[in-house]
Design a protein around this ligand. Structure first.
Ligand code: PMP
Length: 291
């Protein structure tokens, strides 16, 4: 992925894609002092861009560092990047990390670097699997207790167990894995939130111990607009047998129907497909009122 053409915004400048490198003694690489975002542009406009850049700032603050660029500056950098890359529908990846001046756990005075890359990424899951619902494994690892890890930060370090879980699932033929929380309740997938349907009502785990996804919040709004009752609560794994529909939400995953979680099966139904359509409509750039 480091040999593509184009440019990457790197510490305030556009550099050739292949030259956007870090030193091997980068603190973010050794100690996980790194946060990132995942955004999507539709029709040339990043959906909820400001919310994503605010979350990037917040993620860094939780890890104890401050980004040297404002939300406005990051918004403008992204917009210019899309133009320079000639991208209209794209995935956008801002990342921020502590640099390489000091080596050791303490790195108080290391430079904070920020980069933004963008590329075409039409579908997070294989389109043919997505249409009939993806299959999820149950992860061996659990999401960490908020008293153990900064679970509200989109911190690179928290993705170590996600990658282990996703690889294990893929090696068994699944598309992804569903993870429980530290108390054994249903939490989220390795890069997306999860929803269930029972008797026309939407159930989703309370997002007080993992990332409250921007897509999750959007889908909750869309469901309420449709008059669907939404119940945010602790969900026990054994309750999965009582749900008829299941789907994932995330910037990359968008709204993705799920057909299996371990031994439990689901069928993409009216609510999943309705919210999938609503989400696609919602992310389209809004035309100015005068048009
Ligand atoms: N949980 C995790 C672990 C994620 O990586 C993501 C993707 N950022 C989400 C949930 C969904 O968040 P969002 O809808 O803001 O993309």
């Amino acid at each position: 992925f480091d040999q593509l053409d184009g440019v990457i915004w790197y510490d305030g400048h556009f550099v050739p894609w292949k030259d956007a490198k870090v030193h091997v003694l980068t603190h973010g690489l050794h100690y996980g002092s790194c946060v990132f975002e995942g955004q999507r542009a539709y029709g040339g406009v990043v959906f909820k861009q400001t919310e994503h850049h605010e979350r990037l700032h917040n993620s860094a603050e939780i890890l104890g560092f401050k980004l040297p660029y404002s939300v406005d500056e990051l918004n403008r950098a992204c917009e210019e990047l899309l133009v320079r890359m000639g991208l209209v529908d794209a995935y956008v990846r801002p990342v921020a990390w502590r640099g390489s001046e000091m080596m050791g756990v303490s790195a108080q005075s290391n430079t904070i670097h920020v980069a933004i890359a963008a590329w075409q990424w039409p579908s997070y899951f294989k389109p043919e699997e997505r249409a009939r619902g993806i299959r999820l494994d149950i992860a061996e690892y659990r999401r960490p207790d908020p008293a153990t890890a900064p679970s509200k930060s989109k911190a690179a370090g928290l993705y170590m167990i996600c990658t282990i879980s996703k690889h294990a699932a893929e090696n068994k033929g699944y598309a992804d894995a569903l993870m429980w929380d530290y108390e054994g309740y249903v939490a989220e997938a390795t890069g997306a939130n999860v929803f269930f349907v029972q008797n026309g009502k939407l159930h989703t785990p309370l997002a007080d111990r993992f990332l409250n996804g921007i897509t999750r919040q959007t889908v909750l709004d869309l469901a309420r607009r449709r008059g669907i009752e939404v119940i945010e609560r602790r969900i026990k794994p054994e309750e999965l047998s009582g749900f008829t529909e299941c789907f994932l939400t995330g910037t990359a995953a968008e709204v993705t129907p799920v057909s299996e979680v371990g031994p439990y099966t689901f069928k993409p139904g009216e609510i999943t497909l309705g919210l999938m359509n609503d989400y696609f409509a919602e992310v389209q750039p809004k035309r100015a009122a005068a048009e």
